[in-house]
Design a protein around this ligand. Structure first.
Ligand SMILES: [Ca+2]
Ligand SMILES: [Ca+2]
Length: 478
């Protein structure tokens, strides 16, 4: 069989963003956490320590929230860092780049022990708000992510100060560097920020938590295997017999790690493209629009934070339709389930086993020598990561050259991602089994220029099985 590549180099093609530019570099991160309001902030902080080799941690700021209005607990952040310090030497056997505990301790700060907008205005500057300002003013061209696990009023105060002190041009420059992802609105300053700073990049599901995208991390989904979020799984893979860092991972009190999706998409795994929430990743998928309140759970649990109408476009709930890929005991190794799932939470839980296994592997890195632990495979594309073809033409997708640092056997899966493309109702068609290493594919028939995306997922057969990805962007010319 022969498959012919049809690659058109079209001058002035209307898509300007190259994939390479979107994925380059490590992300800068400041965390705002109402740690101690729920056990799950400690859980998220433990997981974050394992990824400090791949994300630049520029601030860990203890804050209030509607669940903890008058207290902040920076010492609880330090306690996690101290446990991390005990295992850092072993982590470095597996991956370079883990910072010293001293470096991390130096970025632990506090917001005011005051709830919401009562903590914003003249005389309300804090160590935390000053720290956000100085990070924003650093001579670093990269965006600054603010991942918010509780209330966001420490950031609101930094924004208040910028508006008071800076020229409009400088204020606009500083604001353009911010990328905010909040886990619902956990105080009343989120709505204030969005209405007073309408240009800010802001990811959130306002309203009741029940319809929030982030709940995809810990929701029990009928019809799928929910094993990797069970308490048994946490005991066996994280908490017990996994050294000093696992030993401080608390039992789940309400839900496992509800705050973690706000930084999961900063992990450079080949799937995540932080600048493109609409392309989907471990932290979910979001689209930029002005939602009406019907999008949200207006009357659901918010802890008491009012649900107000949105005043401008925000990055918010987006739907993925997904038939889970399940392993087969005989015949085709992976096949699509017959059960269809379609909502915004799918955008997180469709990757859940992958990011849970990744967490488990890294926790094992805290105690095991290199040869006894698993390390993720390295997917390699035999085709370009971004190319142009004619409507309806056939092209070849190749994962040839993919490898694994442990020498593990690899499984392949090509996942068309129509929701990440320019139209949700068109997709790449795979002309053979989706788990082959070489897959002839067909472009959709289009009347106008379109973009479609395919995700290559490469999974090893180590324990636990680990996945990494490549994203293929296909421009289809009519
Ligand atoms: Ca929290
Ligand atoms: Ca491996």
């Amino acid at each position: 069989m022969k498959y012919v590549f049809i690659l058109l180099l079209v001058a002035g093609w209307p898509w300007s963003s190259s994939l390479r530019a979107q994925t380059a570099g490590r992300s800068r991160l400041i965390v705002l956490t109402d740690i101690e309001a729920d056990a799950d902030d400690q859980e998220s902080m433990v997981r974050l320590m394992l990824y400090t080799s791949e994300i630049d941690i520029e601030g860990l700021i203890a804050t209030t929230s509607v669940h903890q209005k008058n207290r902040v607990y920076p010492q609880s952040i330090r306690d996690v860092i101290i446990a991390y310090g005990k295992v850092r030497a072993n982590l470095l056997l597996h991956e370079a780049g883990y910072p010293t505990p001293t470096q991390l301790l130096s970025v632990v700060k506090s917001g005011l022990p005051i709830y919401g907008m009562n903590g914003v205005g003249e005389g309300k500057d804090s160590q935390g708000s000053d720290w956000i300002l100085s990070a924003l003013k650093k001579n670093d061209p990269r965006p600054l992510w603010v991942s918010t696990w509780g209330g966001v009023n420490t950031l609101a105060q930094a924004l208040y100060r910028i508006r008071q002190k800076e020229t409009p041009a400088e204020a606009a420059r500083l604001l353009s560097k911010l990328r905010i992802y909040t886990i619902s609105d956990q105080d009343d300053s989120g709505a204030w920020i969005r209405s007073h700073f309408p240009s800010l990049f802001y990811i959130v599901t306002p309203g009741g938590y029940g319809r929030a995208t982030w709940t995809g991390i810990n929701s029990f989904i009928p019809g799928i295997d929910n094993g990797t979020i069970s308490n048994k799984w946490l005991r066996e893979h994280i908490q017990q017999n996994h050294g000093p860092l696992g030993a401080i991972y608390p039992d789940v009190a309400y839900g496992m790690e509800g705050d973690t999706p706000s930084w999961l998409s900063l992990i450079p795994n080949g799937l995540n493209v932080p600048e493109h929430p609409d392309w989907g990743g471990w932290g979910g998928r979001y689209e930029l629009y002005l939602p009406d309140t019907s999008v949200f759970d207006q009357h659901g649990f918010t802890g008491g934070v009012p649900t107000l109408p949105e005043t401008r476009p925000i990055w918010t709930n987006a739907t993925d339709t997904w038939y889970p890929e399940i392993p087969g005991d005989y015949g085709r190794e992976m096949h699509r389930d017959t059960i269809r799932h379609s909502d915004n939470k799918v955008t997180v839980w469709r990757w859940r086993d992958d990011f849970q296994n990744d967490f488990a592997a890294r926790m094992s890195w805290t105690t095991l020598p290199y040869q006894k632990a698993n390390h993720p495979p390295v997917p390699v594309l035999g085709n370009a990561a971004e190319f142009t073809v004619k409507s309806g033409s056939t092209f070849l997708l190749s994962a040839k050259g993919s490898w694994d640092p442990d020498g593990d056997n690899l499984s392949y899966l090509w996942i068309p991602y129509p929701e990440a493309g320019s139209f949700k109702n068109i997709s790449v068609h795979l002309n053979v089994a989706e788990n082959m290493q070489l897959v002839p594919a067909s472009a959709p028939l289009v009347d106008s220029p379109a973009t479609v995306q395919v995700i290559l997922r490469v999974t090893d057969k180590g324990t636990p099985a680990l996945s990494r990805y490549k994203r293929v962007i296909v421009h289809v010319a009519p």
